[in-house]
Design a protein around this ligand. Structure first.
Ligand code: SF4
Length: 425
């Protein structure tokens, strides 16, 4: 039996060693009888773990209200955030917990099919999911049909409309969505897209009930969450913490620098916050007070000898390359921001003007893309100009810090060597 105070919940077992069906049933033996799954989800207050933190029950209700006999649940485990490894670890530890949740969501919306999407470069995760799906298919649980899809990895490939686009046309392009929440479709049929960690949380609620689920976390963001911690850490890691845990504790659990220069929260389209704000709690309500959020559960730690201007330039240049360049802000705005940051980071003669241009470009780009990719880059740049204001001013005066000159970096960006192979720089 799992007790409410137990953490981990999602990573129960041996991380990286997937539980088979029988072991899963023993480890997650049901302790409560849930009569209405949707009401229980509502009461539990599960929110999406892919970045937007949208209430999972509300999203499911929207798709349930759609007509059609060929609805599907799409499990989004694409993990397009370069610093995120949480879904891979979850599927390599408790794949059946994710599939439990997807199956329950399928039952709620009236679907008979679940499609699990994992990036094709991650061979081990693909194999774990394949094995788990075969185990369930042999047992014909609830009569739900499971399928594995392996789109190519890209930053935007994990954006839910881009994922749906790939399932329809094999193109990872985000779609223009003027109204949200909306209902996406695959082959003309409504689909519910939920992140893998979100599905695992649904699985927990169905087995243990809303009161158990709410025993950890905050009133507005109950439960636990997976955090991918990279940068100034002994080694990049994924930990599970209750939402609302002090950032200081999160850093300590991850073996990270306890007094960092700064932290990037939410992912590469997230926000820098000053290192001294380790007093804040790791939940959206607390982080909103300084314009940050949990986002996709990424925490990048900038060491005391790091330069936020250099790091931001690297990431923005990479993000500019990752767009499909089908909209103006991505085709022209993001590469130009990358250029400006390069001038600022190298403290060239043009650095002061580049700083001014960055502010103007942010205002011109925000809200103008078909998806939120450019907005994320602007958020990152604005937070860097704010948090590293002293460094930015020094760079603009052509007096860069020592870290800028050594070009040491804490944030990694991937390079696609071949279709299946990512190389980290
Ligand atoms: S805003 Fe950028 S990433 Fe989004 S759809 Fe347009 S070009 Fe693609």
């Amino acid at each position: 039996m799992i007790h409410a105070e137990d953490v981990p919940r999602l990573l129960r077992g041996t991380p990286g060693t997937p539980l088979g069906w029988s072991e899963h049933q023993a480890a997650f033996a049901t302790t409560t009888q849930v009569t209405s799954l949707l009401d229980e989800l509502d009461a539990a207050g599960v929110t999406g773990r892919g970045g937007a933190a949208f209430p999972t029950a509300r999203k499911a209700r929207l798709v349930r209200s759609q007509r059609g006999h060929h609805k599907s649940v799409i499990v989004n485990a694409m993990e397009g955030e370069p610093a995120s490894h949480k879904d891979a670890l979850l599927l390599s530890t408790n794949p059946h917990l994710v599939l439990d949740g997807a199956e329950i969501l399928a039952t709620i919306i009236g679907a008979r099919r679940v499609v699990v999407c994992v990036a094709r470069n991650d061979n081990r995760v693909v194999a774990h999911v394949n094995r788990a799906i075969h185990e369930r298919t042999r047992r014909r649980l609830r009569g739900i049909e499971f399928e594995l899809q392996t789109p190519p990895w890209r930053y935007v490939a994990g954006e839910e409309s881009a994922l749906v686009h790939w399932l329809n046309d094999h193109e990872s392009l985000p779609q223009y969505r003027p109204q949200r929440p909306d209902v996406l479709q695959v082959n003309g049929h409504p689909v519910l897209v939920d992140n893998a960690e979100t599905c695992a949380n649904v699985g927990l609620v169905a087995r243990f009930g809303a009161p158990w689920y709410r025993a950890l976390g905050t009133e507005r963001q109950p439960g636990t969450t997976l955090v991918s911690v990279t940068g100034a850490v002994e080694r990049p890691t994924v930990i599970e913490v209750a939402l609302g845990t002090p950032l200081r504790t999160v850093l300590s659990l991850a073996g990270a620098d306890p007094a960092p220069r700064a932290m990037l929260l939410g992912g590469y389209g997230g926000s820098w916050i000053p290192g001294e704000r380790v007093d804040l709690n790791y939940d959206n309500e607390s982080l909103a007070s300084i314009g940050a959020s949990v986002g996709a559960g990424v925490l990048c730690v900038l060491g005391r000898d790091g330069c936020g201007v250099v790091e931001t330039e690297r990431v923005v240049r990479w993000m500019a390359n990752e767009s499909a360049r089908q909209c103006g802000p991505c085709a022209f705005g993001l590469p130009a921001m990358g250029e400006d940051l390069a001038q600022l980071s190298a403290a060239t003669r043009d650095a002061k003007l580049a700083h001014e241009r960055l502010i103007e470009r942010g205002a011109a780009i925000i809200g103008r893309g078909a998806c939120h990719h450019p907005d994320g880059v602007v958020r990152l740049v604005r937070s860097a100009l704010d948090v590293f204001a002293d460094d930015v001013a020094a760079h603009a005066r052509r007096e860069p810090c020592a870290a800028a000159q050594t070009k040491r970096h804490f944030l990694s960006v991937p390079r696609l060597e071949q279709e299946h192979e990512l190389v980290w720089e």
